[in-house]
Design a protein around this ligand. Structure first.
Ligand code: PLP
Length: 374
């Protein structure tokens, strides 16, 4: 059955990208970040492909994502990086899911979850080394470490990780990068002197893995690089291969006269008699409305710019005299092999990052998997 629009996800590309990252990780373990539906690629399928490629951990943002992975039979270590009071931590602990603890309330809920589930919680203490987002600020760190050690001594939990997160690793020359590395190192030393014996210390996201070897520690946490998109566009692609190709079949192709106003608002007018094609993908599928009159797609082997507004379910392209027919495939973005734009190119045109382009592809768009061991 054909569908109007689909996202093809190349699981072999994910495996290959993990292999590249392993070269950079030099023995550090890999936690594949699969939050937000694996940046739009599909939580369970991309997670499995990353594990098959050599990742040993998966990282998610929500407890529910971790529980979905467990329900799908994934037995690898999983870390939940973010939570709010009242989340299903008891179920998480019972299902062997690791928790990130960056505040007193998370520690208390981890202890309560351990008591209810009858097994110690595994926690990673998160230090705020300068991002000023999650994690304990330096002045709150000693108290959090002390409280965690008391809970560990009482048998409620095990502190298995010490972690932090970079704010500006995608700008390798930013002064905050060495400052965060130094402060995290100090915070780790403090915790270890106090008696914490972590299995893994971890800091590096994709840009740090590829540009800052000193930040590797015991485990690295790549996200965007797994999906083949560069975390530092001005330094190139690092040999990564984009895993997602977004394709749609044209719904309708017709000749129209010169001066035809196209799509909502008539933001585009045909210059001469021409052929227009309706592409059934819109902002309801994650095609950014800001891409109106701006983004390019590949149709009939040639690049064409979106003509006029991106609508909820569709947009129009002006293909001139190209011989396009209804049902012909249009590639919106992909690895670039056939001349189609990449997600990076769309991001550059829109003034955003490739992360947002792939992650926003909507739930309505079926993911179709190729490669991998599925
Ligand atoms: C998303 C995330 C990462 C991965 O970031 P990328 O820039 O995509 O590599 C790493 N660590 C944490 C805590 C994250 O939330």
């Amino acid at each position: 059955m054909r569908v109007p629009v689909e996202a093809r996800v190349d699981l072999d590309a994910i495996g290959g990208n993990i292999a590249r990252l392993r070269e950079h990780a030099r023995g550090a373990e890999i936690m594949a970040m699969v939050k937000a539906e694996a940046y739009g690629h599909g939580l369970v399928e991309a997670g499995r492909a990353a594990l098959a490629g050599g990742a040993t951990w998966l990282g998610v943002a929500r407890t529910a994502e971790a529980l979905r992975l467990r329900a799908a039979g994934v037995t690898a270590r999983i870390l939940v990086c973010l939570g709010v009071p009242g989340e299903p931590y008891t179920e998480a602990v019972a299902q062997d899911v690791d928790l990130t603890v960056g505040a007193g309330w998370t520690l208390a809920e981890a202890v309560a979850a351990a008591e209810r589930s009858g097994r110690p919680a595994r926690v990673h203490l998160k230090a705020d080394s300068g991002m000023t987002r999650g994690g304990a600020a330096p002045q709150d760190w000693p108290a959090l470490v002390e409280a965690a050690l008391r809970a560990e001594a009482a048998g409620h939990l095990r502190v298995v990780g010490l972690m932090s997160h970079f704010a500006c690793a995608d700008e390798p020359d930013h002064p905050s990068v060495p400052a965060q590395l130094a402060l995290f190192t100090e915070m780790v030393e403090h915790a270890e002197k106090a008696g914490v014996r972590p299995e893994v210390r971890h800091l590096a996201n994709s840009p740090a893995i590829l540009t800052l070897p000193e930040a590797r520690f015991d485990l690295v946490r790549p996200g965007i690089a797994i999906y083949g998109l560069t975390p530092v566009p001005r330094l190139g692609t690092f040999g990564l291969r984009p895993a997602m190709t977004l394709v749609a079949d044209t719904a309708l192709v017709k000749r129209v006269p010169a001066g035809s106003g196209v799509s909502y608002g008539h933001l585009y007018h045909t210059e001469r008699e021409t052929t227009v094609a309706v592409v059934p993908a819109g902002y309801g599928d994650g095609v950014p409305r800001h891409g109106s009159n701006l983004l390019e797609v590949l149709a009939g082997g040639r690049r064409h710019r979106i003509a006029g507004r991106v609508c909820m379910d569709q947009f129009v392209i002006d293909v001139g005299d190209d011989p396009l027919s209804a049902g012909d495939e249009v590639v919106l973005f992909g690895p670039g092999d056939q001349g189609e734009p990449t997600a990076q190119e769309w991001a550059d045109a829109l003034g955003t990052i490739s992360y947002e382009i792939v992650t926003r592809i909507g739930a309505r768009v079926p993911r179709v998997y190729t490669g991998g061991a599925l």
